[in-house]
Design a binder for this molecule. Structure first.
Ligand code: NAD
Length: 477
């Protein structure tokens, strides 16, 4: 049975209750996590505050950097163990789970190096004054993490927060706690003082809500659905607590007639099947120049038909979805599409070895999706690619920007001027030209516009969000 991790120790919830942990590959429970309470959150916030006041805020940046560097090394050393935990917990194929563990190590490595390079400025102001700015940590930061990439999302928000001098209280998703609880133990082993990193598990409407409401939390980073993001921002607004929101997307991959299709096809497919489509930045719409619509759909169809889905440990193209309700969600989208007469071009295969009790979904490619259909507007969060054609650049931009979201976009063209025009015109936090995702680079600021959220994580930019700027004006005559 798993415990909360507060002040470098495993602690049972005051509720005396637990939540079963289910393996998505066979639908069977195999462990339990604590069903946390508002009192548990309060204990974690107190431990964090104590740590911040007595130790962490007094530590030199270079010391924080050394702690993060040690944690990075420990995570890399335990990558197989962490990957195995997350594989069973979340149904991730082996290569994906291992890549996520190594990405976590990389986040800590990047932010270890950034700790002692974050500084303010001096501002030439007026005769008789010296003006300087300091970047100060918020203090106790709250982090609400989803289940799709627990290690990666934890790495990008907690890594940056700790580097900037904050201490953390983390609420992982109820479906994905195991790897993060182990990382908290590794943080203690790396030398982080008790209270610097605390993890409280449980349901969103119980502990997540308690975290967002707690007056001792001075910044909240939330990654998850737009609905919950709205609730958290409303709650935080009551006490004017700053919030970073990383929400969903309906990201377009735009393919012009002059694109290198040999390079594009595998990337277009991978951008929607990675993590079984449960990726906020999934390239879930492919917008295709009408000149190449039929031939490209044919190639994509062949690629989809070759895809295989099965138990995570088989390490196929896709593992299962996280839980039964997510599987039902994908089925609902597909049956709505069928009712609307949207043609299915191709589908992958669920292998025979996949137990009936697991949460499997064959990836699907649909064509001629009307731009106003929910399949073109809403996030499926499953391996479903919606294809539509465009006539010219203006039409492509109109379709690309025609959803409530704006997280990521991909543009495929050899025309350099068009590359830049499209990058400017598409509403998104990241635009990729002739690639998609840039292999996830931790250095690259990430976040959305419109309903995809606000604030930036990853890269150096994230450090600014985890600090507040103080201006000091000295009148010395
Ligand atoms: P979710 O919003 O249901 O849950 C996210 C987290 O919020 C979980 O830890 C959950 O327990 C917690 N939560 C739920 N209700 C809460 C409440 N009332 N108060 C406080 N916390 C609460 O989302 P999910 O199902 O875990 O993840 C899928 C969604 O997240 C998708 O929409 C996806 O696009 C989005 N997502 C976005 C990013 C990004 O970086 N932009 C990354 C991953 C996932």
């Amino acid at each position: 049975m798993q415990l909360h991790y507060i002040a470098n120790a495993g602690i049972a919830s005051t509720s005396g209750r637990t939540i079963p942990v289910v393996d998505p590959s066979d639908g069977q429970p195999f462990d339990e996590i604590q069903r946390g309470t508002a009192e548990d959150i309060d204990a974690a916030v107190r431990a964090a505050r104590q740590c911040f006041d007595s130790v962490y805020s007094r530590m030199a940046p270079v010391e924080r950097g050394r702690l993060l560097a040690r944690l990075s090394a420990l995570v890399a050393e335990h990558a197989d163990e962490l990957a195995a935990l997350e594989q069973r917990d979340c149904g991730k194929p082996t290569r994906q789970a291992r890549a996520d563990a190594l990405a976590l190590a990389r986040y800590f490595e990047f932010y270890a190096g950034a700790c002692d390079k974050l500084h303010g400025e001096t501002i030439p102001y007026a005769d008789g004054y010296s003006v300087l700015t300091w970047r100060e940590p918020h203090g106790v930061t709250g982090h609400i993490v989803p289940w799709n990439y627990p290690m990666q999302i934890f790495g990008r928000c907690v890594g940056a927060a700790l580097a900037a001098g904050n201490v953390c209280v983390v609420k992982p998703a109820e479906d994905a706690c195991l790897s993060l609880l182990r990382v908290a133990e590794l943080a203690a082993e790396a030398g982080f003082p008790a209270g610097a990193l605390n993890i409280v598990t449980g349901y969103g409407h119980e502990v997540g809500d308690a975290l967002a409401r707690h007056p001792g939390i001075q910044h909240i980073s939330f990654t998850g659905s737009p609905n919950v993001g709205t609730l958290i921002q409303q709650t935080a607004a009551e006490r004017h607590c700053p919030v970073t929101l990383e929400l969903g997307g309906k990201s377009p991959q735009i393919v012009f007639a002059d694109a290198d299709l040999d390079a594009a096809v595998p990337t277009l497919v991978n951008a929607i099947i990675q993590n079984a489509g449960q990726t906020c930045s999934a390239g879930s719409r492919v917008l295709i120049d009408s000149v190449i619509y039929e031939p490209l759909l044919e190639r994509l169809g062949r690629a989809f038909e070759a895809l295989r889905v099965g138990p995570a440990a088989m390490d196929l193209d896709l593992g299962p979805l996280i839980r039964q309700s997510q599987q039902q969600r994908v089925w609902d989208f597909l049956s709505d599409a069928q009712v609307a007469g949207i043609p299915l071009v191709a589908q992958g295969t669920v292998v025979e070895e996949a137990p009936d009790t697991g949460f499997y979904q064959a990836p699907a490619l649909l064509r001629d999706v009307p731009p106003d259909h929910r399949l073109a507007q809403e996030e499926v969060f499953g391996p479903v690619l919606a294809a539509m054609s465009f006539e010219d650049e203006d039409h492509a931009v109109q379709l690309a920007n025609g959803t409530p979201y704006g997280l990521v976009a991909g543009v495929w063209t050899r025309d350099g001027a068009r590359q830049l025009r499209m990058a400017r015109r598409v509403a998104a936090g990241q635009v990729f030209i002739n690639n998609y995702g840039a292999a996830g680079g931790v250095e690259l600021p990430f976040g959305g516009v419109k309903s995809s959220g606000h604030g930036r994580e990853k890269g150096f930019e994230a450090l600014y969000g985890f600090t507040t700027l103080k201006t000091v004006a000295i009148r010395h005559g």
